[in-house]
Ligand binder design. Structure first.
Ligand SMILES: [Fe+2]
Length: 471
């Protein structure tokens, strides 16, 4: 009898234990999707210096490393940049709109810099302004020596229902995988019109003495896209090039000489944080590697910037930064945390639609969550669903030589909606003031596969919960 009772008790305890374990598993494992796609493990290596994508254009002093970015706040200006190697040559740009006989000449400037034992070529920057919206322009550079011609299309006039398609690329580098990412972006039928680049460009700093020749090769590699459509730049940690061991103590020296941005047009005081309007989007670029604490220039700027965003004019509010705030990979753990603590309440208050970051070399999309309720004593320090919060997307999967981030925290946290350790790029395709279609395109199948996607319902114009709107 006693034995039976004991057996009964232990069986009951066993049932409780099993039920407990199931409940425990259910509680812990209710995160989103961890992709079952497993990328073939192979080393990521840089393309050799004699690769065709790094070829120097023929001709004496021919302009190379040509790239453009937005040159004002509204989208009527373009900054055109390039490098000449043999002599300074002309910094002027000759440009004209399609179907126009009148050609314009804009004067630019030329800069150089030294980095340890490297001396740069002649880096030219020329801003052309007051362009017509939604117009194809041709431009010529290298005037007087070897002339090269390119073209771009200006965005439509800023307005709430203007469709526009942004590409997202991050942590690109110059490996064979980087080349695949760029090719997939270029051939994507969704046709990105402007690249939002979330930082870490060339990875030159991974070479001995931060070999700046790799800044030049990177410039030539991306020219095939960046000379024809604007790339909107964000500074990452690989732009710091801070190397006191070789006497290089000015942070961002190569980056700020090579990549100009229109920061003054948004009353910013440094090129690392700024904003632009483009079509129906308002894009705020933040600096993970510049001071962002209270009273700092970036803090004061952002505090004044967010209330300026008129969602009736630009319904889509996009933020770019390098170090992610929500990241469930075992890489760069907590690196974005202090900035999150400073700025997340503002992102919720102003209903930022989406935050794109890089840094972690993989892909991840979050639920709409916030983690702003904690006040030291209340214990509320877990991300909670919040329809006013942005979606956080990590797109640091361009394919640089450091390889993929494959190690994830387990179980997948609730806030993580989808994650996958593959290289790729994304497209944010704005349809009108209420709808945007977002898709992430994995590289590893020979062509870009849409591996993750989401409809965005603008919460300013469509305050209904996204989940309800989707059903
Ligand atoms: Fe990074």
């Amino acid at each position: 009898m006693g034995l039976l009772r004991l057996r009964g008790a232990s069986a009951a305890a066993g049932v409780v234990l099993v039920v407990g374990l199931i409940l425990h598993a259910a509680l812990l494992c209710n995160g989103g999707i961890t992709s079952t796609f497993v990328r073939k493990a192979e080393k990521t290596v840089d393309m050799p210096l004699d690769s065709d994508v790094f070829r120097v254009p023929p001709g004496y002093n021919a302009p190379q490393q040509v790239h453009i970015t937005q040159g004002d706040h509204e989208g009527k200006g373009v900054i055109i940049s390039w490098v000449t190697q043999d002599e300074p040559g002309s910094s002027a740009v000759l440009y004209w709109s399609e179907n126009s006989k009148h050609k314009y000449l804009a004067k630019g400037e030329v800069v150089t810099y030294k980095f340890y034992n490297y001396t740069s070529g002649y880096i030219h920057h020329c801003t052309i302004k007051n362009l017509k919206f939604d117009t194809k322009y041709y431009y010529e550079i290298g005037i007087g020596k070897t002339v090269r011609q390119f073209w771009f299309r200006t965005p439509p006039k800023v307005g709430p229902d203007v469709p526009y398609t942004f590409g997202l690329i991050g942590d690109l580098g110059q490996s064979f995988d980087s080349n695949r990412t760029l090719t997939h972006y270029e051939s994507n039928p969704r046709r990105g019109q402007t690249v939002l680049f979330v930082g870490d460009l060339s990875y030159a700093d991974n070479y001995p003495f931060h070999d700046n020749v790799r800044w030049d090769t990177w410039g030539r590699f991306v020219e095939r896209s960046a000379a024809y459509q604007p790339w909107i730049w964000t500074a990452g940690n690989h732009e710091l090039d801070f190397a006191p061991e070789i006497g290089e103590t000015v942070p961002f020296k190569p980056y700020i000489h090579r990549y100009h941005v229109p920061y003054r047009a948004s009353q910013s005081t440094a090129p690392f944080w700024y904003s632009i309007k483009r079509a129906s989007a308002y894009i705020i670029v933040l600096a993970s590697y510049s001071a962002y604490g209270k009273y700092t220039p970036q803090y004061k700027w952002l505090e004044q910037e967010l209330p300026k965003v008129n969602r009736s004019e630009t319904p889509w509010l996009i933020v770019l930064m390098h170090s992610p705030w929500y990241n469930s990979y075992n890489y760069h753990y907590m690196e974005g945390e202090t900035m999150r603590v400073m700025y997340e309440p503002w992102f919720v208050k102003y209903k930022v639609d989406v935050v794109f970051a890089g840094h972690v070399h993989a892909y991840e999309r979050s639920e709409r969550v916030s983690n702003i309720a904690y006040n030291i004593v209340n214990g509320k320090c877990i991300p909670a669903k919040d329809q006013s919060a942005p979606v956080y997307i990590t797109i640091g999967d361009g394919g640089n030589l450091e390889g993929l981030a494959t190690n994830m925290t387990e179980p997948q946290p609730k806030y993580s909606a989808y994650r996958e350790a593959s290289f790729g790029h994304a497209i944010f395709d704005i349809k009108n003031r209420t709808h945007a279609y977002y898709s992430w395109h994995r590289n590893q199948d020979g062509y870009a596969v849409e591996a993750d996607s989401m409809w965005f319902f603008n919460r300013f114009w469509n305050p209904e919960d996204e989940t309800k709107a989707a059903s």
